[in-house]
Design a binder for this molecule. Structure first.
Ligand code: PMP
Length: 288
């Protein structure tokens, strides 16, 4: 694989950034996780829009127009002859800091752009999740729409989940409502309707939006609510959504089986609908 570093395509084992990189030193950067299905990039424009929105909040000048960034992504995918079942991360950090002080005014020069990726398998058949003692940062601390490199709380939550024998965590927000999983959004199915937290203290996931659309197209009511942990615990079905998670059923929540320990019917239906959408949509990767 070739990595993308500031316009250059470099064998990934030789690709480097500076020890003064702002992302490395201060998590001063933003990123996306994007997926390729059947030779096409799924929801590429939405991911680029979110990347630029994240960068704008961090006052990072990406240094390329959105259409130029998109062309660079497609050029990199094409050079790597990427076909299917591939996940990649465009990362944009502020310029290197000399000396490496927190104050962003020490940054000099253009933003650093890296793209790396690798093969992925379809999401698993189901997960065990636990409610985390770690809270999702309040939107007043880290605006929820920003996908920044600051994944400290999510990592602490994931460490706790793994220690407790689970795969993923549910993080509550500062009000005690369900926010999201460490790297995915959360849905509950109750009385035939879909409930998901408002994107106030969770990332407005691109998969989440797609699944809300698919659910409504299939005739379900899908609403954004203040979701309590109690409502989640009592739900008929629970599932996670994300670029990596796709639609992943939650089969156990805090040690209790959800929907009898099997993926529920609504989750299964939406999982199939999502799979179809990934096959139908996307920007084709030019063949080299
Ligand atoms: N929340 C968090 C914290 C995430 O990291 C992700 C993965 N990007 C998601 C939700 C799901 O977002 P998306 O569907 O856009 O991948």
């Amino acid at each position: 694989m070739l990595a993308y570093v500031n316009g250059d395509l470099v064998p990934e084992e030789e690709a480097t950034v500076s020890v003064f990189n702002a992302g490395l030193n201060f998590a001063d950067g933003v990123f996306e996780g994007i997926r390729v299905y059947g030779g096409k990039v799924f929801k590429l424009d939405e991911h680029i829009d979110r990347l630029y929105a994240s960068a704008a909040t961090f006052e990072i000048d990406v240094g390329l127009a959105k259409n130029e960034f998109k062309a660079e992504i497609l050029r990199w995918l094409s050079a790597n002859d990427v076909d299917s079942d591939f996940h990649f991360r465009p990362i944009v950090t502020r310029a290197d800091r000399f000396p490496p002080r927190m104050d962003p005014r020490f940054s000099n020069g253009p933003a650093v752009i890296v793209i790396i990726g690798g093969p992925v398998s379809p999401a698993g058949k189901g997960m065990k999740v636990v409610t985390s003692p770690i809270r999702r940062p309040a939107p007043s601390a880290l605006p929820a729409h920003v996908k920044s490199l600051s994944y400290g709380p999510a990592l602490l939550a994931r460490l706790d989940a793994v220690r407790r024998g689970a795969d993923e965590s549910i993080l509550l927000d500062e009000l005690g409502l369900v926010a999201e999983a460490s790297v995915a959004n959360v849905f509950a199915v109750a009385a035939g309707a879909l409930l998901t937290p408002k994107p106030r203290a969770c990332l407005d996931g691109i998969t989440r939006r797609a699944v809300i659309g698919l659910a409504r197209d299939a005739g379900y009511t899908a609403v954004e609510v203040g979701l309590t942990p109690e409502a989640l615990a009592e739900a008929d079905e629970v599932f996670l959504t994300g670029t990596s998670a796709e639609v992943t059923p939650v089969l156990e929540l805090d040690g209790r089986r959800v929907s009898g320990g099997e993926p529920g019917p609504v989750t299964r239906e939406l999982s199939v609908a999502y799979r179809r959408l990934t096959e139908a949509l996307g920007d084709p990767i030019p063949r080299a």
